[in-house]
Design a protein. Structure first.
Length: 74
C-alpha cells in the first residue's frame, strides 16, 4: 500500500512510537532541517507532522506505518 499526502502514519522515536500526518512526498534528494536525505520515485521520503508536537520531520517510507482511520492517537 502506498503512502499518500494526508495519510495518518506512525513511526518510531527514541521515546516510542508516535503518530502524525503526511504533509509532503519527496522523490528526489533533498535537504530538510539541515540534513541531507536521499529519495527516489521507487523509494520516496515523506515529510510528516507530529500530532502531539506539530513539528515536522523527514522519514523514509520504510520507517512509516499507515494507520487505519479507526486507530486513535496514544
Amino acid at each position: 500500500m502506498s503512502i499518500k499526502i494526508g495519510d495518518r502514519v506512525s513511526w518510531s522515536t527514541p521515546q516510542g512510537r508516535t503518530q502524525g500526518v503526511v504533509r509532503e512526498k519527496k522523490d528526489k534528494d533533498f535537504t530538510f532541517d539541515g540534513q541531507d536525505f536521499t529519495a527516489t520515485s521507487l523509494e520516496p521520503a515523506y515529510i510528516v507532522e507530529s500530532e502531539k508536537s506539530g513539528k515536522k520531520a523527514a522519514h523514509k517510507g520504510s520507517a512509516l506505518r499507515t494507520l487505519k482511520k479507526s486507530e486513535k492517537s496514544s
